[in-house]
Design a protein around this ligand. Structure first.
Ligand code: UDP
Ligand code: MG
Length: 331
């Protein structure tokens, strides 16, 4: 079922810019300045939807200030931190534009590129994503782990998921509506974008370092993000165990026949402590790993069947009939 989408606004903007914001106070003025300048140059009507993802600094106050001078800035204020992917989903739910653009608040995705995204869109592409031609802003370790992640994901997932592509992209209304129909809560956006398909193309850009503040990602979070990505788009980790079990059983069969024959021919041989220990420990380890993998999938299934709303908004500003939209109830 489709989630609630706001309706009833007479003047539908051409572009909806969706910005997830979590403790980005120092970036907000520069971001909104650069963004509105670029959008003015384009000469299209637009709305800017800022999703305040439970910021603990004065980000919300900054946004409210700005909204007083420009009502095209709209605000969704979450009741707590729900994570970037959910923030993007909320922005998408509320966006009304003919195209939706996701952009980070830290100016790592240059607003100046929006013009390029839009011209590709005008050429007829329904999804235009920004791909990093360089990751100047990232450390060596981050580049290495990102590379390994995209490789593993590419090998394991049946869908082609473009590498070095973040969430900076433009979605045509058709693709946006398609994305809204995906109800899952493990929202690995890169994968979901790939899943919806449509005519896609890339625009290349240099990823700048963060303008101000700290990244919200540490390696533990990135690891879990990578697990989410692989598990929601691949069954390979589950299937591997059937094959591994098969191989181990075959080897055991051969070894067992060898032991039986040897016992028959040479008689009973008591020593064997080392081989027994090795076999028990090895198999115990393999079984625990496979249980762990099952658990990863099962836990995610559990998260999905609870079917809680994806997010709760404390308040929304700038959208019609907010009472109806605060809870995403028919998920
Ligand atoms: N963000 C968010 N919720 C979070 C973490 C991040 O809305 O829980 C936003 C953040 O404000 C920024 C974007 O997601 O606009 C990207 O975050 P960040 O720069 O920390 O990630 P990175 O660029 O390092 O991948
Ligand atoms: Mg960033």
């Amino acid at each position: 079922m489709e989630r609630l989408a706001p309706t009833g606004m007479s003047d539908v903007p051409v572009l909806s810019i969706v910005i997830p914001i979590y403790n980005e106070e120092p970036n907000i003025p520069a971001l909104l300045d650069r963004l509105s300048r670029c959008l003015k140059d384009l000469g299209l009507t637009y709305e800017i939807i800022c999703v305040n993802d439970g910021s603990r600094d004065a980000s919300l106050a900054r946004l409210i200030d700005y909204r007083q001078s420009d009502s095209r800035l709209k605000i969704i204020d979450f009741s707590r931190n729900f994570g970037k992917e959910i923030a993007l989903t909320a922005g998408l739910d509320y966006a009304q534009g003919r195209a939706v653009i996701f952009i980070d608040a830290d100016l790592q995705d240059p607003p100046e590129l929006i013009g390029d995204l839009v011209s590709k869109w005008r050429e007829g592409f329904e999804v235009v994503y920004g791909t990093r031609s360089s990751r100047r802003g990232d450390s060596f370790l981050k580049r290495l782990t990102a590379h390994l992640f995209y490789r593993t994901l590419g090998k394991m997932s049946p869908l082609p998921i473009p590498a070095n592509t973040g969430d900076f992209r433009l979605l045509d209304r058709r693709a946006a509506d398609a994305l809204k129909r995906l109800p899952e809560r493990t929202r690995f956006m890169k994968g979901l974008f790939a899943w919806v398909g449509y005519r896609q193309t890339a625009v290349y850009f240099d990823r700048e370092p963060r303008f101000q503040g700290q990244t919200k990602w540490n390696y533990w979070k990135l690891w879990n993000f990578a697990l989410d990505g692989i598990i929601s788009f691949s069954l390979v980790p589950l299937k591997i165990w059937s094959y591994l079990g098969l191989i181990i059983s075959l080897i055991s069969l051969v070894y067992a026949s060898f032991l039986v024959l040897r016992t028959l021919i040479l008689g009973i041989d008591v020593p064997g402590y080392a081989s027994l220990m090795v076999a028990i420990l090895f198999l115990g380890g393999v079984q625990l790993i496979s249980l762990g993998v099952l658990g990863e999938y099962l836990g995610r299934v559990y998260e999905e069947v609870k079917a809680r709303p994806l997010y709760l908004a404390r308040e929304v500003q700038g959208f019609p009939a907010p009472e109806e939209q605060t809870i995403d109830s028919d998920l």
